[in-house]
Design a protein around this ligand. Structure first.
Ligand code: E4P
Length: 217
């Protein structure tokens, strides 16, 4: 499973990169807006920090505008993946960009039916939003399981990117379901390290070592 960070914050990306376990980045217009910096400039900066797929989302809503906007984003760096919303116009743009060899990430996917449309349009990635489905009282993990099963059954090449992961349990469930990618905020990735028995065990190891080899003077 590849790990992407769902952030446009450079400090978070640098910290994640140091661990050597971040394979890519997803951004969205809300995350970019939070940083208050020109969109294209920030995407270019991100590409210098993480050597992997970097999703950059279009803000046009009509295919005839999404297509040139997507091409402009793809020209920023070879690793840019053009993110498109799962709308009729987004799918139209996805088909057009995919047929020209431009990699796309179809986002805001909330049903297996929508995921089938993304695969049919040749999307490189599809992003089902686990947390936002849980937010409305449904089961986000079940959606990941359904899409993975359908894609395997049909031989679709589109990769399942479990998005809107809010807890380490979401990451575990997405991994168990077979999602090829999980994107998460930095704090979720960071929380995956935590276990009280690791801290307790390390503390004891160091105390024992100190007692045996570094006696108090
Ligand atoms: C994915 O690409 C989205 O940016 C993201 O995962 C949305 O997460 P949220 O529902 O926590 O905002």
């Amino acid at each position: 499973m590849k790990f992407f960070l769902d952030t446009a914050n450079l400090d978070e990306l640098k910290k994640g990169a140091e661990w050597g376990i971040v394979d890519g980045v997803t951004t969205n217009p809300s995350l970019i807006a939070k940083e208050g910096i020109k969109f294209e400039d920030r995407i270019a900066e991100i590409c210098q920090i993480i050597d992997g797929d970097i999703s950059a989302e279009v803000v046009s809503t009509e295919a005839k505008l999404m297509i040139p906007e997507g091409k402009k984003l793809a020209a920023i760096h070879k690793n840019v993946v053009v993110k498109l919303p799962l709308t009729r116009e987004g799918i139209k743009a996805c088909s057009a960009l995919s047929s020209e060899g431009i990699r796309t990430n179809v986002t805001l996917c909330f049903s297996a039916a929508q995921a089938i449309l993304a695969a049919k349009a040749g999307a490189y990635l599809v992003s089902p939003f686990v947390g936002r489905i849980d937010d409305i009282g449904w089961d986000g993990n079940q959606l990941i399981r359904d899409i993975v099963d359908i894609y395997i059954e049909q031989g679709f090449k589109t990769l399942v990117l479990a998005a809107s992961l809010r807890t380490s349990l979401h990451v575990i469930e997405a991994a168990r379901a077979g999602a090829q990618v999980g994107t998460m905020p930095f704090k979720v990735l960071d929380s995956m390290f935590n276990h009280p028995l690791t801290d307790k065990g390390l503390d004891q190891f160091l105390k024992d070592y100190q007692k045996a080899f570094e006696p108090a003077k």
